[in-house]
Design a protein around this ligand. Structure first.
Ligand SMILES: Nc1ncnc2c1ncn2[C@@H]1O[C@H](COP(=O)(O)OP(=O)(O)OP(=O)(O)O)[C@@H](O)[C@H]1O
Ligand SMILES: [Mg+2]
Length: 329
């Protein structure tokens, strides 16, 4: 079942004015596919995740947007449109696993809470065995003992495995992972990414992976969507985009791609894409024309006034980019 997000636009209101954090974002994720959503800090990646989960801040407003998930259509402009899906059809892994875990409950209590709901008729012993099995599946060492431990007794990587184990039990149609490895140790990143890939393969679900790292996207994702200042500038299969890049911004991201082992360090995460000169435009006042023109080294006169629509890049609707240079004249 394909997950399909259409025309998602989100505003944040504040005393300084209304910031347009997302403008008309659309993307699809096939069954058993992982889509990497990339973009520099402030481009709107987490806003996409929170809008889908129905977890936006109080000052946010979904101006438009529709989500097709597991055969149902949800109007994201309606408050709590997807609230009933959380922890069921939709699961989320945050950068900080403690956002998903309650410090006063043991690991076992977390898993059993999920199991009580999905195995209402099973006895306690069966549920306990299922909890231990879930921890073993995400390769947490000594799963029996872990059940009695509290989140603070585990390392960050182990906690993230617990969150993945909970998602395994929930069996979501869509798993959203917002920078799931940024806060973790260098060596743990690839292990956690492997567990997410494993979960995707076991459940045949769709995964929306939010990351700063193009290296991670290349290694683990099937598709990529590139966000810039709240607009989706390019999307396509990772292979197509790498082979024939459609947008100058994606080109710049690829050119300044830091080696994977460096991107794994949390210390460089803040500055990963700042090698590109200039700043993101003010989200309160969208400049005329192409959103990227001020930082683009191949912009021409028309880019100042014309907002580029999506153009097909690799010949099909599957690979698109918003750049006037792709116009067939
Ligand atoms: N509650 C809020 N009120 C006002 N503006 C907000 C709020 N939350 C986010 N924003 C703004 O919306 C834009 C997108 O933010 P978002 O957190 O989605 O970006 P991001 O791509 O996830 O960034 P990062 O990589 O740093 O996590 C930014 O300009 C941000 O400052
Ligand atoms: Mg974010």
């Amino acid at each position: 079942m394909t997950v399909s997000i259409r025309n998602l636009s989100v505003d944040y209101r504040s005393s300084g004015g209304t910031a347009h954090a997302l403008r008309d974002i659309s993307f699809d994720i096939g069954k058993s596919e992982m889509l990497g959503l990339v973009g520099e800090s402030g481009s709107g990646k987490s806003t996409v995740a929170f809008a889908l989960m129905g977890l936006l801040a109080n000052n946010a407003r979904v101006v438009s947007g529709q989500a097709d998930i597991a055969g149902h259509t949800y109007d994201l402009t309606k408050t709590n449109a997807t609230a009933g899906l959380r922890g069921r059809t939709l699961a989320m892994i945050f950068q900080d696993p403690m956002l998903s875990l309650n410090p006063v409950f043991t690991i076992g209590a977390h898993l059993l809470e999920v199991l009580r709901r999905i195995m209402p008729d099973a006895d306690g012993k069966t549920r306990l065995a299922a909890a231990e099995d879930a921890l073993a599946k995400v390769k947490l060492s000594d799963p029996g003992r872990r059940l009695g431990q509290y989140p603070h007794e585990l390392s960050g990587g182990m906690r993230q495995r617990v969150v993945i184990a909970m998602a395994l039990l929930v069996k979501p149609a869509l798993l959203i992972a917002d920078e799931p490895t940024t806060a973790l140790d260098v060596t743990v990143e690839s292990q956690i990414m492997r567990e997410i890939v494993d979960l995707r393969d076991r459940l045949e679900c769709s995964v929306l992976l939010i990351t700063h790292s193009l290296g991670v996207v290349t290694e683990y994702c099937d598709r990529i969507a590139v966000l810039y200042a709240g607009e989706r500038l390019e999307s396509g299969s990772v292979g197509d985009v790498r082979k024939s890049v459609g947008h100058p911004y994606t080109r710049m991201l690829l050119d300044c791609e830091v080696p994977l082992e460096r991107t794994r360090s949390p210390r460089v995460s803040e500055n990963r894409f700042t090698v590109i000169g200039g700043d993101l435009p003010d989200p309160r006042h969208r400049p005329e024309g192409c959103i990227f023109k001020d930082r683009c080294d191949v912009a021409f006169a028309e880019c100042r006034t014309v907002v580029p629509p999506d153009f097909a890049v690799s010949g099909g609707a599957d690979h698109q980019a918003r750049c006037l240079r792709l116009r067939v004249s």
